[in-house]
Design a protein around this ligand. Structure first.
Ligand code: ZN
Length: 155
């Protein structure tokens, strides 16, 4: 997720071709061109397209900061918002998927899209103190036949 790219070997004072810059940073040319849509300045007056070392370093620094958005226990990463978000209504649904794993799901509080993440059932006690969690029946094994109380019967 928050991958770090090498700024070593990039000189602020130099100008690079897209190809060279990509090689130094360790990404594909395509990635650099994607970054240019995301704010990285590429000089397109002539071919080959060039970029300034200073701009690239600047972009990588900003990118690093932007990616550093730690997710709290009560958040999920929303693919649509591209950021950790709190669930709508402050609530998740938990569904245990095996003895050791489960899934939290909810709707993104910002865009309303579905999101979720895996969650260790042993974290639920803590989580339910800080956020509303409702339970779906287990999605596996005999528990389904036992009824709908899902998580309550912990071993
Ligand atoms: Zn969202």
């Amino acid at each position: 997720m928050a991958q770090r790219y090498s700024k070593r070997g990039i000189s602020k004072a130099r100008v690079y071709t897209v190809k060279n810059a990509a090689r130094i940073v360790g990404v594909s040319e395509l990635t650099l061109r994607k970054w240019s849509r995301d704010g990285l300045k590429i000089i397109r007056d002539k071919r080959p397209h060039l970029l300034r070392g200073a701009d690239l370093i600047d972009y990588l620094n900003k990118r690093h900061v932007a990616n550093r958005n730690p997710m709290t226990e009560t958040q999920c990463y929303c693919m649509r918002c591209k950021a950790p978000k709190n669930p709508m209504g402050g609530a998740f649904v938990f569904q245990q998927t095996s003895d050791l794993t489960g899934r939290l799901s909810g709707l993104c509080g910002d865009c309303g899209g579905k999101f979720g993440r895996f969650c260790n059932p042993s974290d639920l006690e803590f989580l339910s103190k800080v956020i509303a969690i409702s339970h779906k029946p287990r999605a596996y094994g005999r528990a389904v036949r036992r009824g709908s109380d899902g998580i309550s019967a912990s071993p």
